[in-house]
Design a protein around this ligand. Structure first.
Ligand SMILES: NC(=O)c1ccc[n+]([C@@H]2O[C@H](COP(=O)([O-])OP(=O)(O)OC[C@H]3O[C@@H](n4cnc5c(N)ncnc54)[C@H](OP(=O)(O)O)[C@@H]3O)[C@@H](O)[C@H]2O)c1
Length: 238
């Protein structure tokens, strides 16, 4: 499908910025959302401010789009290492209630709040896509090495919510699609501390990842709604 208008939550991130640029290059009008509310200064891109710590900012953004809503909404925000430097847990003993709550707040509850306010804007009888950047490590059946307790749990829970939203939206919006996306291992500030042991050629640029994920989304049909796909278009197991 071709989109007319997109809203990207997390446009200040490596992947979010690349999604904004790719869509703008195609002539799609883009609302670019970040906590600073500053977007790239280029034609067709309108920055907006939102913060998962203040639901009203998300409600206000959606309210402003009511008359001419986006037909593509992507949540590209997320955390692995917290702002205070707390990294992902390697063992049970490093579980900290506050840090875990923060990761779940940003990675799971944040996208749910965006869905709450953005999905009702979709037209009932036209194609529309809602996607959130998840991660392969959110797959329960694919988990062989453990660790990263909060991050894995936050993405597994996100995947469950995406399935729920797909079911609920599918009752009224037959052409709508809700999907999770695994972007690959992408060269961004989020992955930077964990890149040293990567096999040669495994690190993707944000631009390549964004282009691949948009290709995957374009190829989806409503039958695929509620699932998680990697950047190659392959299903990530539950
Ligand atoms: N990079 C990878 O290899 C990789 C692999 C698998 C999955 N992912 C997923 O891809 C997504 C994007 O990651 P990235 O690599 O592009 O990371 P990034 O460059 O660190 O960007 C993270 C984004 O999340 C936003 N964010 C963080 N906390 C927020 C909050 N409380 N409210 C609103 N926005 C908040 C940041 O906004 P501020 O600028 O305001 O902080 C930034 O835009 C994440 O969901 C991540 O889990 C990434």
């Amino acid at each position: 499908m071709t989109w007319h208008k997109a809203a990207i939550f997390g446009s200040s991130g490596g992947i979010g910025a690349a999604l904004v640029a790719d869509l703008a290059d195609r002539g799609v009008k883009v609302f670019a959302g970040s906590r600073a509310g500053e977007g790239p200064d280029r034609p067709g891109v309108t920055p907006f401010r939102f913060d998962f710590d203040d639901e009203r900012t998300i409600a206000t953004a959606a309210e402003n789009w009511r008359d001419d809503p986006p037909d593509l909404v992507i949540v590209a925000s997320g955390v692995l290492t917290l702002a205070d430097g707390t990294g992902p847990e390697r063992s049970l003993k490093s579980i900290d209630a506050e840090a875990m709550a923060r990761v779940l707040h940003v990675n799971t509850i944040g996208p749910a709040l965006v869905a709450k306010h953005a999905l009702p804007l979709f037209a009932r009888n036209a194609p529309a896509t809602f996607a959130a950047i998840s991660a392969r490590v959110g797959s329960i059946s694919d988990n062989r090495i453990g660790g990263w307790h909060s991050y894995r749990a936050s993405k597994a829970a996100l995947n469950m919510l995406l399935r729920n939203f797909a079911i609920e939206l599918g009752r009224t919006h037959k052409q709508a699609i809700v999907a999770g996306l695994h972007p690959g291992t992408v060269d961004t500030p989020l992955s930077a501390p964990f890149q040293s042991n990567l096999p040669e050629g495994q690190l993707t640029s944000p631009e390549e990842s964004a282009a691949s994920m948009l290709r995957v989304l374009e190829g989806l049909s409503p039958e695929g709604s509620g699932q998680v796909f990697d950047y190659k278009g392959e299903r990530v197991p539950e």
